[in-house]
Design a binder for this molecule. Structure first.
Ligand SMILES: NC(=O)c1ccc[n+]([C@@H]2O[C@H](COP(=O)([O-])OP(=O)(O)OC[C@H]3O[C@@H](n4cnc5c(N)ncnc54)[C@H](O)[C@@H]3O)[C@@H](O)[C@H]2O)c1
Length: 259
């Protein structure tokens, strides 16, 4: 199993779900882990439990990003891994083309896309120091399969997938080996998935028809675990993935096979 001794990893959205599972795994494998998330009151406690350190970061803020990365360089001297896991799903019932307001659209795009862009830009600059590093962007199977109910989310993840490839090319310039890959989870058991189910239940309770997209049975079972996604992220972050860049990796229990 790859170890991350003397490696420094920054994980956005690290206080919950896939980000937290990744933080736990990298900490267990000896990385110095910075868990960056919105300034929540129990952030430090969550990070302490995981074994990392907490830094408040709103990924939509350009100045916040610059401060966070500068602070990491100041305290740890380097940045080796960035996992852009911060994300929001928005409204998955009324998120249709007709009902999505420009504000709704901007809200989802600002976290999922602007946040990932800013992270890639700041990490790329920091990683020039060693000329090496790994950036992992959380996209989604939603990048491939549109649903009529969440227009902004799908668009944001499609854009993250493309952005990842530009970052990968940039990271290979001038003899550098700064890699960038996108990870595309399917249904993964996290607070985000719970929030989606809650939205569905509220609509049904209000008397609407079942708003869930009609899908087929997922070959390896209905829901993956955050740890399943974290395992893939840890591999892509490691030197074992040293020749892998610009790739798209699904972790979806075979969902794609039946779509
Ligand atoms: N859970 C799934 O089924 C699933 C499927 C496909 C893709 N994804 C993607 O995986 C990533 C992680 O999702 P998750 O399921 O762990 O969600 P989650 O809701 O459990 O965690 C997301 C984290 O992002 C943080 N966050 C939100 N806005 C932020 C901001 N502006 N700045 C900083 N942090 C912010 C939240 O506070 C939270 O801690 C997301 O990008 C999501 O779109 C999840």
């Amino acid at each position: 199993m790859a170890q991350f001794t003397e490696r420094v990893a920054l994980i956005t959205g690290g206080a919950s779900g896939i980000g937290a599972a990744t933080a736990r795994l990298l900490t267990q494998r000896a990385a110095t882990v910075v868990i960056a998330d919105l300034p929540i009151s129990n952030g430090a406690k969550i990070a302490q439990k995981i074994g990392g350190e907490f830094m408040p970061l709103d990924v939509t803020s350009e100045s916040n990003w610059a401060e966070t990365v500068q602070s990491i360089l100041h305290r740890h001297g380097r940045l080796d891994v960035l996992v852009n896991a911060a994300g929001i799903v928005g409204d998955v019932v009324n998120g249709t083309l007709a009902k999505t307001t420009l504000d709704d659209w901007h809200r989802v795009l600002s976290v999922n896309l602007d946040g990932t862009f800013l992270g890639c830009r700041e990490a790329m600059a920091a990683m020039q120091k060693t000329g090496a590093g790994s950036i992992i962007n959380l996209a989604s199977v939603g990048a491939y399969y549109p649903t009529t109910q969440s227009v902004a989310y799908g668009a944001s993840k499609g854009a993250v997938t493309q952005l990842t490839k530009t970052v990968a090319l940039t990271g290979a310039e001038n003899g550098n080996r700064i890699r960038c890959n996108s990870v595309h989870p399917g249904k993964t058991s996290t607070p985000m998935l719970e929030s989606i189910f809650t939205q569905y239940q509220q609509r049904q309770a209000a008397g609407d028809a079942d708003p869930r997209p009609k899908g087929r049975h997922i070959p390896l079972g209905d829901e993956g675990r955050a740890e399943d996604v974290a395992n893939l992220i840890a591999f892509l972050a490691s030197d074992e993935a040293g020749y892998i860049t610009g790739g798209e990796f699904t972790v979806d229990g075979g969902w794609r096979l039946l779509r």
